[in-house]
Design a protein around this ligand. Sequence first.
Ligand code: C2G
Length: 458
Amino acid sequence: MKNKKTVITYGTYDMLHEGHMNLLKRAKALGDYLIVGVTDENYDRSRGKLNVIQSTKKRVKAIEKLDFVDKVIVEKHKKQKAQDMVKYDVDIFAIGDDWIGTFDYLKKYVEVKYLPRTEGISSTQLRRENFDLIKMGIVGLGRDTQFFIDEAQFVSNIKINRIYGDDFLAIKKFTKESSIIKFGHDNYDEFLDTPIQAVYIDTSLKRHYILIKKALQAGKHVLCENPIALNKKELKELLSLAKSKKLILLTALKTAFLPAFNQLLKELKKGDIGEIKEVRATRTSLYREKNYPDSFMEQGATNILSGYPSLLIHKVLGKRKSIKFFDQIEKNYDISNLIITTHKDDAIGIARVATGIKSEGDAVISGTKGYVYIPAPWWLTREFYFRFEDTHKSYKFNYEFEGCGLRYMIAEFASLIQRDKRKSKMLTPSDMVSISRVVLDYNEFKEKSSKKTKKKER
Ligand code: C2G
């Protein structure tokens, strides 16, 4: 016979409040030993909780401080609850009655109790009271603008209410039809002079530099599509301007913010596949078939697409030592590029991008003991496989994401502004520099090779 009754409960416990405390005390009163599972940030994001203010570490610490809590664990995925019931020999699972019915499947392991929730208090309400709504404007009216606006609706602490674009008539039509954006501008200075705190820039790549510069000078945080600049001098200038103004300058590479992508990086750190020797990632898109204008394609495959494979390669292998390009040119621009980089301990990065060739958009991370396979489209990371010589040892991870994945990036950007942080751990300024440098080096390489060809022709 067991002499102590074990109770378990789970939650995010963001900005620990009276409602949480009441629930925890009620749970403890059901038995003798209380285990509290605190949700990990990637798990929270994958289950749609995007606006959590405190880190997992902070939330765990706050629960550990409570003298009536006996053990604190971290909850990382959906299936963990059932595993925990067996692992910790739990008698009672308790949770607030806002979850009534959801956890009935645990009844085959334990007694399930839904406890009364405290009315009139919630983390959402506290966040609203403690943090102002961030007003944001959009720069550029492109094919994907509406996606961005739709996704931002899921981020509760941000409000997009303005748009700037060159084409006065198009902007007028857009604001007339939009139920969300009511203010349109065709004068950038005037747009920046409004009370917006942040801008999202999605224009032709050539215009990024000047638009970012002006926005930073006007004191606005900037989220901008990759690459943020097309040469080294400009990139350096923008990063130091953001730093001196204490503003956020973040590259809009949505993969970097996806729950599954971040989980993948965490899992790799455990070392199961041994020493990582090679990362290979492909990203191709036949924009012409998707009716993009020629002017878009003419920006070149490397400029448009290399940010994605460069992100994975840099995050896994770190700084690069050397770089080589094997491009295929049509008219004046690259329709394909195979970019090979070398890194510490002779590790190799292989990035394959193309707008004129179609290929399988998957990624493989190879180590001395096994490899990770991320199926296409790997940059919209959902699942990944750890595979070994002994196939019995192989395992799989699956983290769903909602919508087209943009909301996780928007939520991180908003959360940085609210927490008064300038750098995102998911995409640091040094990550951004390394990723941009691939583009910048390629543009230098192309310039040099076109000079050589011209010399030969003379
Ligand atoms: N709670 C409460 N009264 C409130 C607010 C929250 O009783 N006013 C309870 C919730 O019902 C839950 C616990 O406090 O039992 C933690 O709440 P959250 O931090 O919001 O976490 P939640 O998303 O409910 O976690 O695995 C995670 C759990 O499934 C649910």
